[in-house]
Design a protein around this ligand. Sequence first.
Ligand code: SF4
Length: 434
Amino acid sequence: MTNDFTEQNSPQKSSLIDRTLYIARMSEEGSSTLAAAYRSIGVNCRLSPESDVDSIDLARQYTIGEECYPEIVTLGSYLKVLSEPDFVPEKTAFMMLTADGPCRFGQYKQLLEKILHEKGLDEVLIISPTSANGYDGISDDSGQLFRLAWWSLICADALRKLLLQTRPYENNAGETDRVHKDSLNILCKVIERRDLSMKEKFIELVETMNHIGKKFSGIAANYETEKPLIGVVGEIFCRLDDFANAFLIKRIEIFGGEMWLAPIAEWVWYTNFMANHDLKFTGETFSKKAFENLIKSKIQMRDEHKLLAPLHKRFLGYEEPKNTSSLLKPAVPYLPYWGALGEMVLNVGGAIYLHGKGADGIIDISPFTCMNGIVCEAVYPKVSKDFNNIPIRNFYFDGTESDYDRDVEIFLELASTYKRRKKVKRVYPSHFTA
Ligand code: SF4
């Protein structure tokens, strides 16, 4: 099997040869496993430096205040790379995802290029898959690496879910974080292996997920049903990046809540769904492209089911929506997906879905000034009213200090009150009653 990136010889592919590719930390798990997928084809890929006050200050030197917070966080992290002692422009590449719709991220590749150009660093390469084609361009070898990236993403989402459903109940503080870290390392080691065929790697990944599930089940914990379950929707970067959301997830756990975070895969499914929707709109329902999309989605779905099969019992009551259509259709009376594009429809659909799974409150994590959060905030009061007055609250982030603890505490009070009177009860997996 040829899986060495350096053995490929198209000019586009050769552009990553001898470079270090940096991936921004849009979730520790998702970025780490994606980096491992790139390493599996011979690309020296690593995560960009962790964000901190300095990286934010650095980014603000090159921005004018109209950019959203995810851009500040990402840019700051990439700018940190430029001052690392081993930085060599012609040996460096950055991944900058882009997106269509009412999202400014589509502009940020150009902004990064401009900044690098002004610094005389044109040799730095930027690779930029886009949501318009369901992120097919995530690799130049859009077959093998795309598929491996998908497996990596599914495993990463599952690992985060295991962390969030276990940590609030652990007996020994820090044990779940340690198991999570070990598990992520094990997962990445399997993904980056270069001695396995794709078929062998898939089998190995299924076994690894089984092993990881057992590790989490072995954590000493007291699973009681008193904790309020808080569903988290919102802007994908901000909700998944602990630094960007001022560690809101952990704050909520400290105040006694359990979190259910919308996964990254949700966005991939959404882009597939909208690609098909757009083809219908242009009269191409029975086109070659529509057929290819259908096959791609079927394969992705089959792979997802197999990878998650070992965690089936553990995730009882924590199931994600069957498909994007079932997520978006309940949101149509508030935000029809054919008119309101992007995360706002996923957030409203997600809030309704989580209500149906017995959540006791919904939090929307959004960057300050992002249209998605603003539109959702206007819609949530009606959603809440229609769904038993479930508490729904927006939290906005822009890197400035705020008393989040006070707001979290008040929200958890509301969620606990709702929990006592709610009509839709949770389904608990067996470890809760063991
Ligand atoms: S969704 Fe909003 S916050 Fe996120 S990248 Fe787009 S514009 Fe920025």
